[in-house]
Design a protein around this ligand. Structure first.
Ligand code: NAP
Length: 482
């Protein structure tokens, strides 16, 4: 069953920072795929904008290379048509260069206009001021911003004030690309489209929930940024928090932007403060030919964490008593992101004590292979009495939907949602602020205590203390697959 392509109106997408890493790695390949799927109709344009002095032809060459390097394609027969819809403007966010030219380019039609701020947040205000000053923003315009959205509550509020000073909240699309993943949306479909799970989706039946986002990569070329951010700000406050929201939220009345975001906000606001002994921070050390974190960030005394695990609780009727364990880190033994919902044991084993402990687990695998597995307990086949084993009921979407089930990647989906004006999968200002309001005291706590992250060998599961965080509760993390 091929995925259905919903037509979109012609649009203009201006990518500020069109020569940068994010544009080349994600935005350009995503747009090319949507072009090939017929979602960039004829008069639509992609306009790259950055300070580099490039001709339109020169920028098209940048695009061609980006597709080769990050889109894994030479573009094939579709490439020339795609490039033909691309323009470039040399522009300075902080100066006067290029703005008249961009305005003239946009003035020739009344398409939906999306302005992707693929630049550092320090330039948001400059871009917003100049877009307004040159009257490029109308009611049908949208802006897209990326993480990091602030580094604490105060800076996030300041950014929101800046953006909301120029645009309506309904025009601001704050991307968390985890929300664009197929399986993350399937999580909502599984929860709210089936009768099977929702009645059991609460503290009465669920022992605990664990969320892992593990990466094998180190901080790469982003050492300076990461040294200031750490895993808590870079991953936990946004990606893991969003996953937690979707797992824990009440059913919204409708699958509509504010209905969904209202429910997510309630989850964040229900989070209790986290006890210091429920937090484990780690820092990778050198191994297997890679250098350690402190060398990567060029600070021999760095106290920034490349790994964090914590246990948190939601104070509401549905979840009182069910712990949520979250962990994320770099240089771990596998690239493996998953959510596991661990159901409670059956209240009484009719098969006697020798059959061991068995419980159901629902695992939502986000990467590398998206899919959902439900572990159920069955009789081990064969002679020898009643022995029980757990086997997975594998709901691999690729298998269920056939070889043509070609799910768009997160950026493809999210960019098309921007064009259609659908904010369901984007974070609202109050959500972002609530997430920081929960995160700030955690960070302030370890800063005040002078905590130093625990070292862990690169390509392992993180510090031993993270295992103990679970073990002392009689639980285990699911393995990180390499
Ligand atoms: P980058 O590689 O440094 O690119 C920055 C872009 O901004 C370049 O195109 C640069 O081009 C342009 N630029 C810089 N100053 C400018 C100015 N004064 N006027 C106009 N253009 C200017 O950064 P990036 O990695 O693409 O990241 C962009 C944003 O996305 C950042 O906020 C980052 O945190 C966020 N983000 C990135 C990723 C990723 O995978 N890279 C992932 C998530 C979030 P010129 O030098 O030619 O002007």
């Amino acid at each position: 069953m091929a995925s259905r392509v919903i037509p979109v109106e012609a649009f203009d997408l201006v990518v500020f920072g069109g020569t940068g890493d994010l544009a080349r790695r994600k935005i350009l390949p995503a747009l090319f795929k949507r072009y090939c799927a017929g979602q960039m109709p004829g008069p639509s344009r992609l306009i790259g904008a950055a300070r580099s002095e490039l001709t339109t032809e020169g920028y098209r060459e940048v695009v061609r290379q980006a597709l080769r390097e990050f889109g894994n394609t030479d573009g094939g027969p579709a490439l020339e048509g795609f490039l033909g819809q691309i323009d470039y403007v040399t522009i300075d966010a902080r100066g006067g260069t290029g703005w008249q030219e961009l305005s003239a380019l946009l003035d020739i039609n009344d398409h939906v206009r999306a302005f992707y701020f693929s630049v550092g947040p320090g330039l948001f205000k400059d871009l917003a001021e100049r877009l307004q000053g040159h009257r490029m923003v109308d009611a049908n315009s949208r802006i897209v911003v990326e993480k990091p959205f602030g580094r604490d509550l105060e800076s996030a509020k300041a950014l929101n004030r800046v953006l909301c000073g120029f645009f309506d909240e309904g025009q601001i699309y704050r991307i968390d690309h985890y929300l664009g993943k197929e399986t993350v949306q399937n999580l909502m479909a599984v929860r709210f489209g089936n009768m099977l799970f929702e009645p059991l989706w609460n503290a009465q039946y669920i022992d605990h929930i664990q969320i892992t986002v593990a990466e094998t990569v180190g901080v790469g070329g982003r050492g300076a940024y990461y040294e200031r951010a750490g895993a808590m700000r870079d991953m936990m406050q946004n990606h893991l928090m969003q996953l937690l929201c979707l797992i824990a939220m009440e059913p919204p009345a409708k699958f509509e932007p504010d209905a969904v975001r209202d429910e997510k906000l309630k989850v964040i606001r229900a989070l209790d403060p986290v006890e210091p002994h429920h937090i484990v921070r780690g820092q990778y050390t050198q191994a297997d030919g890679v250098q350690g974190f402190r060398d990567d960030v060029d600070n021999p005394r760095s106290k920034t964490e490349s790994f964090i695990a914590l246990r948190c609780h939601l104070s509401n009727w549905r979840w009182a008593g069910t712990p949520f364990y979250l962990r994320t880190g770099k240089r771990l033994k596998g690239r493996d992101s998953q959510i596991t919902v661990v159901f409670k044991d059956a209240p009484h084993s009719i098969f006697g004590p020798d059959t061991g402990r068995h419980n159901n687990e629902l695992t939502i695998q986000l990467q590398p292979n998206e899919g959902i597995t439900l572990d159920v307990t069955i009789k081990e086949p064969g002679q020898g009495g009643m022995r029980l084993i757990d086997v997975p009921l594998d709901m691999s979407f690729a298998e269920a939907l056939g070889p043509d089930a070609d799910a768009p990647d997160a950026y493809e989906r999210l960019i098309m949602d921007v064009i259609r004006g659908n904010q369901t999968l984007f974070m609202r200002d109050d959500e972002v602020e609530a997430a920081w309001a929960w995160t700030d005291p955690i960070i302030q706590g370890w800063e005040a205590r002078g905590d130093v992250p625990k070292p862990y060998d690169a390509f392992t599961s993180g510090p031993d203390t993270a295992q103990q965080l679970m073990r002392r509760d009689g639980r285990e993390w699911r393995g990180i697959d390499s």
